[in-house]
Design a protein around this ligand. Sequence first.
Ligand code: AMP
Length: 284
Amino acid sequence: MIKCLKKTSELLLEREKEISPVGFVPTMGNLHQGHISLLEEALKEFKVVYFSIFVNPKQFGPTEDFHRYPRTLQNDLLLIEESIKNFPGLKVVVFAPENPEEIFPPAHKDVLSVSGLSTVLEGKIRPGHFDGVATVVYRLFHLIKPTKAYFGLKDFQQYLVIKQMVKDLSLPIKIQGMPIIREAQGLALSSRNQYLSSEQKSLSLVLFKTLSKIKEIIDHKKINLPKAKLFIEDTIKDPKWNYLVLRDSETFQEDLTLSTNITILAVYQMGTTRLLDNMQVEVQ
Ligand code: AMP
């Protein structure tokens, strides 16, 4: 069964009725298989899953794509309906507020900021972005009170910010990171891929190829990190790389001396579209 609610008052009434624990998947809609993989994982673990679709104005900068971000609710509902056919008897509540005031009432001025993580890399290029993300996710957690919430590792820094927020505020919510879903040739699925022309799309494969190449150079051995760093230094001479870095997957530190898992993170600029991706590699 699927229910679509647009008002916070309706959401709260529905939530009150639940007797089972609730799983939760927050999204901005324009769904693709990446989002659906989160929903399906939640449905494997919970009889009731809340799924939000909300283009959150607080996480976009003044010159970013908030107004042109694709809003495709009817199609999104069809995709969700299609996917829950494989889970008979389970319930999905889609919360799709049309008016941002449903989430942020006019008097709501509070901004939640996760210090440290929010101002480096993606946070440095997009000031305030992770504050916007943390603020909306906290607000949704507060309304939906899930037992567990599912986030894609595609947005790896976002995943760490949310985990840190949950830890800092001692929220009783488990956070599960889910693998990146890619097109056959490697491009990570993203709602923003539709901004790309077909030529740009094929040029974008350099992102996946470069991450794969660095992973191959590291080859699970810390001793290969200097070689990987030299390769990165050479690669980023091309200004289309907003960044291409190695970070510890747990601490997000640059110092990898004690790391057992490293994340290779990158943003590649394709015209006006920033393509975000990452890859993890275990090391000894
Ligand atoms: P968004 O709608 O872009 O805010 O994404 C909603 C959730 O879906 C986030 O947790 C994303 O990390 C996740 N997500 C987006 N793209 C993918 C993908 N290609 N694979 C796995 N998860 C994804």
